[in-house]
Write a protein that binds this ligand. Structure first.
Ligand code: AMP
Length: 126
């Protein structure tokens, strides 16, 4: 079930500040508050989808198109070209990095790793 009190839902409603990169009717992107790479941006749909599967199964075609338009424009604005990683964590017990905010988001990361990346890996695999 989707919890509308999650932090990204509050950002969509404008209840907390957001350092936006790009926004359209169906999606928005913004800088991660705890960047693990030189460039670390999150791309989210505005609709209430808890993870990537919820979005891919239940979003309308307009929402899907809007999401990828936002992704493309964000990558263009950041100038990452073909040199980036794109990650979606799903579930509190995901095998690699766990999902902590239960509103679907893609991490778009580029450049060098920051110390926070190594700290998170250590914490996840201790
Ligand atoms: P995940 O572990 O995949 O759920 O990632 C959630 C991400 O959301 C983390 O990288 C957090 O640093 C980021 N995050 C949490 N709160 C905020 C916020 N207020 N603004 C921007 N990013 C946030």
């Amino acid at each position: 079930m989707y919890d509308k009190n999650n932090v990204f839902s509050k950002m969509i409603r404008g209840e907390i500040p957001t350092n936006k990169v790009y926004e359209n009717e169906f999606a928005m992107s913004f800088y991660d508050i705890n960047p693990m790479f030189d460039t670390h941006v999150l791309v989210i749909p505005k609709g209430p989808y808890k993870n990537i599967l919820d979005f891919s199964k239940n979003a309308s075609l307009d929402e899907v198109a809007g999401f990828w338009d936002c992704f493309n424009k964000t990558a263009d604005k950041l100038g990452v070209e073909c040199e980036f990683n794109c990650v979606a964590n799903a579930g509190a017990n995901a095998p690699f990095i766990k999902q902590s905010v239960f509103h679907f988001h893609l991490h778009l990361v580029a450049g060098n790793r920051k110390p926070a990346f190594h700290e998170q890996l250590k914490a996840e695999f201790k």
